[in-house]
Design a protein around this ligand. Structure first.
Ligand code: ASP
Length: 359
């Protein structure tokens, strides 16, 4: 038994020690379907104690790796994930950074893209792999996708070239594809290919062998690893729709303490040209509320001024989110508003890619 890293985590346990270990990984279990089972008492899926995973997945014992395991004391459905959990994960990785060659985070699929995006911003100069994975069916089920997802995520986290990790960023591995975390979205709740990175190529494809697309992997600056542990939750996502009323928009924009809004617009960043909308947006940006324009489309980019229906946004101080996902946009906003030096020039920080989240 070893020491507790924070009140949120269990003690670490050794899952597997290979006598000829070529690497050492920490597997962090937060909850999610992968480790859930059906509880007849509550008649739904609930998280179960995942620490005896080796008996369920003996394949893990065949890796030439040392695998250690740590879990949230209370594993959660990822719908309950909060910034507080993101901060604990960043702190754990920071504390354990030198001990391990890579990290695999087991997480529910529902909010995995938010957590992966948030962590990508909170960790600067990351030069080791942090691979998120999960499953659409619990590990205990015969047709579960958990085995392949977990085993390949471990292999990716352990992959090295010329003595250095191949992957040096926060990723999601799911259903044979490795994606940049802050480019991914959950698109499917009933198929195995739950995630998509529409605006950025997959970082690797896992078939008979794992083929890395080295040209598109992130290269961090050769500087010391550092984490940022502040997030500002005074933010909102507002999705426009035909017929949205002035009263509703006014009410939302007047929310007390509001500091930033991700405005989900149509197509390439377009919005109704009604004078009242322009006036509300202008008034909000004059009051210092940051408004980031992100498209409701899965693919493509925001281009303010391409159509007349987006020129007024530019004039009202709305910032183009280019081709960022909503998940990355909202977590970037929380991050940028709370941390220096980004908070000293919020607009410039949102307009530039800080962790490969947009082009
Ligand atoms: N509700 C689950 C969660 O996100 C779904 C999953 O894991 O796939 O925790």
């Amino acid at each position: 038994m070893q020491k507790n890293f924070s009140t949120m985590f269990s003690d670490k346990i050794n899952l597997h020690i290979s006598p000829e270990a070529k690497g050492r990984l920490l597997i962090i279990y937060t909850g999610g379907t992968m480790g859930m089972h059906y509880d007849p008492m509550v008649k739904s899926l609930v998280p179960f104690n995942f620490s005896d995973i080796i008996s369920t997945l003996p394949e893990l014992g065949r890796f030439d790796l040392t695998l250690e395991f740590i879990s949230f004391l209370k594993p959660i459905d990822s719908s309950n994930m909060k910034p507080l959990h993101w901060i604990s994960l960043a702190e754990l990785i920071n504390e354990q950074y030198l001990e391990y060659d890579g990290f695999v985070i087991l997480h529910g699929t529902d909010t995995m893209a938010y957590t992966a995006s948030a962590l990508s911003f909170m960790m600067e100069n990351l030069s080791k792999p942090v691979i998120f994975t999960g499953a659409q069916l619990p590990l205990s089920e015969v047709r579960s996708d958990a085995r392949e997802n977990l085993v390949t995520a471990i292999e990716i986290a352990a992959a090295r070239k010329n003595g250095k990790p191949v992957v040096k960023e926060v990723c999601i591995y799911f259903n044979h594809a490795l994606m940049r975390g802050n480019r991914s979205k959950k698109l499917q709740s009933s198929h195995f290919d739950a995630f998509l990175s529409e605006n950025y190529p997959n970082l690797a494809e896992a078939g008979v062998s794992i083929e890395f697309n080295e040209k598109v992997l992130y290269s961090p600056a050769d500087k010391p690893f550092k984490i940022f542990t502040k997030l500002d939750s005074n933010v909102l996502i507002v999705k426009l729709f035909p017929g949205i009323t002035k009263e509703v928009v006014e009410c939302i924009f007047n929310t007390e303490g509001l500091k930033g809004i991700v405005l989900e617009t149509f197509g390439s960043g377009n919005a109704p040209t009604d004078g009242w909308l322009e006036a509300i947006l202008k008034k909000a940006s004059d009051r210092g509320i940051v408004i980031l324009n992100v498209s409701q489309c899965i693919g493509g980019t925001v281009f303010q001024g391409r159509y007349d229906t987006s020129r007024h946004l530019e004039k009202s101080g709305v910032i183009s989110g280019k081709n960022i996902t909503t998940e990355a946009a909202i977590t970037k906003l929380m991050f940028v508003l709370a941390n220096k030096p980004f908070s000293e020039n919020v607009k410039a920080s949102l307009e530039e890619s800080i962790r490969g989240e947009m082009d």
